[in-house]
Design a protein around this ligand. Structure first.
Ligand code: UT7
Length: 342
């Protein structure tokens, strides 16, 4: 490992040379594009409103027989192939999602079956749009503790299945997709340097899908009153998002004793262009450091950071040795930021 221009906070935590790197990433988005012009035909909205308020131009929508586990399995297959890892080498699969195929069993178990990872343990993790960053942190703990050698972390969503297509406040924002990362120890890199996570359950009601759980079990009444749809108080979420992502990102940079200028690429959760611009501005980042793809996919919740990371890598925006900052914010409320030596 070459001499670093940053501090590895994990090095002082007794990990003795063990690192957790992202060996490869992969992603999958459905074929079908739903443009702002398409939405103009079904709700009282306009391309101009959506683009100026969010930056989104189109999103991908999964087919009726295409489920979260299908998108996840395809993203995983690409990541595994790029990493040169076979399915039977996977020790653990973590799927971050708020749109599992069903209440239970876990979507991770369905993915395990679809990719043929017979040896792998599997579970889902729910931290909404922060899910991929939360799952990276959980996955890396298993690598760092030498419990497992190969962990597959996936963020996957079919948000089109919980969006109220009559509600212009939310239906223009979301899309479907999946991204996957293969985690392994790699002696030549520091890998995941730090992950800062946070939550505020006091603001749980700002984004939720209240129906179908033990609080409001599914009934005729919950269906009629729209409780199985995603609900969001956008303005309040907006304010919290900027503050929380800045705080988490600043803490992550501080722990690594680096300045934002040392970051080669910032991969923010792709919810709203204005949120991303405000966060980048507060962090003192240059626009060219920030990776954006929300105009093509909208907000894909747990998949968003994973898909963007994959695209940034495939486009050559991130090279081995670069410092990368991930950050996300979502329902819970939850948030997270991670610094990686790629
Ligand atoms: O991923 C999880 C985290 N989620 C987020 O980060 C989302 C955070 N929030 C946001 O991105 C923004 O708050 C939204 C994009 C959701 C909304 O933007 P906004 O600038 O906060 O708009 P607003 O909610 O204050 O609405 C402004 C106006 C309202 O009309 P009135 O009351 O001023 O007459 C809305 O009814 O815009 C109206 N509006 C729309 N108009 C056309 C809301 N949605 C639409 C729409 N088309 N799709």
């Amino acid at each position: 490992m070459k001499t670093a221009k940053f501090k590895n906070p994990r090095a002082s935590h007794g990990f003795q040379g063990r690192t957790c790197s992202i060996a490869a990433v992969g992603s999958c988005v459905p074929e079908r594009r739903l443009t702002n012009a398409d939405l103009e035909k079904s709700v009282d909205t306009s391309d101009e409103w959506i683009v100026t308020r969010t930056g989104i131009r189109e999103r991908r929508i999964a087919g009726p027989q295409e489920y979260t586990s299908d998108l996840a399995a395809k993203a995983a297959a690409t990541a595994l192939q790029r990493a040169g890892v076979t399915a039977d080498q996977i020790d653990l699969i973590i799927v971050a999602t708020i749109t599992p195929d069903m209440g239970f069993p876990a979507t991770a178990c369905l993915v395990q079956q679809k990719i043929g990872a017979k040896r792998a343990a599997a579970f889902d993790l729910e931290a909404a749009c922060s899910g991929f960053i939360y799952a990276l942190e959980v996955g890396q703990q298993f690598i760092m503790s030498c419990t497992y050698n190969t962990v597959l972390v996936i963020g996957a969503e079919k948000l089109s299945s919980i969006v109220n297509w009559q509600d212009r406040n939310t239906c223009v924002l979301f899309g479907d997709g999946a991204g996957a990362a293969v985690l392994q120890h790699r002696p030549s890199a520091h890998g995941l340097l730090t992950v800062c996570m946070g939550a505020d359950g006091g603001k749980a009601s700002l984004i939720s899908m209240p129906g179908g759980g033990s609080l409001h079990p599914a009934s005729m009444q919950t269906v009629v009153s729209g409780m199985h749809f995603l609900r969001m108080e956008g303005k309040e979420v907006f304010k919290s998002a900027v503050t929380a992502m800045c705080t988490a990102a600043e803490e992550a940079l501080r722990r690594c004793e680096i300045d934002v200028s040392q970051i080669k690429c910032i991969i923010p959760h792709q919810a709203n262009r204005r949120i991303i611009d405000a966060v980048a501005d507060r962090l003192g980042a240059k626009p060219e450091q920030v990776f954006l793809n929300l105009e093509k996919y909208g907000n894909t919740s747990a998949a968003s950071v994973a898909i963007a990371l994959d695209e940034a890598v495939q486009l050559g925006r991130i090279q081995r040795g670069d410092l990368v900052l991930l950050m996300a914010f979502g329902a819970g409320l939850t948030w997270g930021a991670a610094v990686i030596e790629w």
